[in-house]
Design a protein around this ligand. Structure first.
Ligand code: PMP
Length: 426
């Protein structure tokens, strides 16, 4: 983006006007949650102000308008993903979407869902494969599913440079693999997973592929069909949308065959005192009053992203990502997590600052108005593998400027000397 374009983008984010600790806010925590453009905030509040009603029921005008807005939101998301509308299920967040998949597979394993669901049932001896770099949201549901079904949980290990080990993956994924669940982009290293090499391994053995696209969605065009995955998830709030909304994409054939996860109203065809028949996707997975305002807000966020163009966003963020990594990698006593020279990356980087606890480093940055994330970022196994208990993560967004990156690099360069841990820059 040109300087003027970037200014115009920044002007759309009201929070960027505020100060923190007497400094202009430098928000470098977009991987945790993105800030919201005014139009997203307005879309949500204007729904409540003008069209609020429960969807899919009631004959009145507002109910009709609310239903149309909600289903339009689904259509917007479907276009964004290049998939059909009935393949888009709204959840509360990516975590719920991943749990939904695991629970539906667990229910299939209990014999629920009848013959249609039977091909998805897991039994002792079957294997679920995940990876060593997963966010806990794409690990724990699989641990629990394995425990409930007697299936074995295996994982693709990570190399010292944070890359998934494709060679080892060839022996981990085999005839017994029924599910491969993996991240699209690591939320710690920012490295894009080698999907073109890994997905075909799972395909070749007929395993279901589940992709966690949370950290990809704001940065790279999402195309689950081209990636040949069965199911993919992301969270609205990381894509400039509201909190409380997540998206599950699933191939229609898979979604319509899987038994539901939650049960209640708005998902059935007929109900007797003994049993119920369920609607196809997406209603089958959206019982209860859905997240209407949040879905409408997310659709507005997708329009915001679409109007700028994810390709242009990616190109503009590329320079930021490069400078961030180059700058961090030359600071003495600062170690970058994820150094695979071959991996494409998004604009996020995590570092361990020698001799300084990540929380102190985060506080030091906050004192300068810089918002960064510290901790294990819900990826304890990856931190353990890379020899760290916690790290400091800087993650950029469409509104991040080169000057902000320089401010952050200067601040990181000053951490060690401030805490008496050595370092050359005052
Ligand atoms: N997966 C990844 C890779 C993430 O970065 C996150 C959010 N930190 C999640 C899953 C979970 O997203 P949410 O908390 O919105 O459910």
């Amino acid at each position: 983006f040109t300087g003027a374009e970037l200014e115009a983008i920044r002007a759309q984010f009201p929070i960027l006007q505020r100060e923190v600790q007497g400094h202009p806010l430098v928000y470098l925590d977009s991987a945790a949650t993105a800030q919201k453009p005014q139009r997203v905030i307005d879309a949500e509040s204007s729904f409540y102000a003008t069209a609020n009603a429960a969807v899919h029921r009631g004959a009145h005008t507002l109910a009709g308008e609310a239903t149309e807005l909600y289903e339009d939101a689904r259509l917007t998301i479907a276009r964004f993903l290049h998939v059909d509308e009935n393949e888009v299920v709204f959840t509360s967040h990516a975590t719920e979407a991943l749990n939904l998949i695991a629970y539906a597979l667990g229910n299939a394993s209990l014999g629920m869902g009848g013959a249609a669901a039977a091909p998805y049932a897991l039994k002792p001896g079957d294997e679920i494969v995940t990876t060593e770099l997963e966010h806990h949201a794409n690990l724990i549901p699989w641990q629990e599913l394995a425990a409930r079904t007697g299936a074995t949980l295996r994982h693709i290990p990570v190399r010292d440079n944070g890359a998934l080990d494709v060679e080892v993956a060839r022996s981990v994924i085999g005839e017994r693999t029924r599910v491969l669940a993996l991240s699209h982009v690591s939320n710690v290293t920012g490295q894009v997973s080698p999907l073109a090499q890994l997905v075909p391994l799972a395909r070749a053995v007929g395993a279901l592929v589940v992709l966690d696209s949370c950290q990809a969605a704001p940065h790279v065009p999402l195309h689950p069909r081209e990636l040949d995955v069965d199911l993919a998830v992301f969270s609205g709030h990381k894509l400039y949308g509201p909190t409380g909304i997540g998206v599950l994409y699933g191939r229609a054939e898979v979604l319509d065959a899987l038994p539901p996860f939650l049960y209640g109203g708005s998902m059935i065809t007929t109900v007797t005192m003994e049993k119920a028949e369920y609607l196809p996707s997406p209603q089958r997975f959206e019982p209860g009053t859905p997240r209407i305002a949040q879905a409408i807000g997310l659709a507005e966020a997708v329009r915001f992203v679409d109007e700028l163009g994810l390709d242009r966003i990616a190109a503009s963020e590329h320079a930021v990502a490069q400078r961030l990594r180059d700058g961090l990698s030359v600071i003495p006593g600062v170690r970058l997590l994820g150094t695979d020279p071959a991996a494409p990356r998004v604009a996020l980087a995590s570092v361990v600052v020698d001799g300084v606890h990540a929380h102190d480093a985060g506080q030091f940055l906050d004192d300068r108005g810089i918002a960064a994330r510290v901790g294990h970022h819900c990826a304890q196994p990856l931190h353990r593998r890379l020899g760290a208990t916690a790290s400091l993560r800087l993650s950029a967004a469409v509104h991040t400027t080169a000057q902000e990156v320089e401010l952050a690099l200067d601040a990181v360069a000053g951490i060690r000397s401030f805490f008496g841990a050595g370092g050359s820059t005052p």
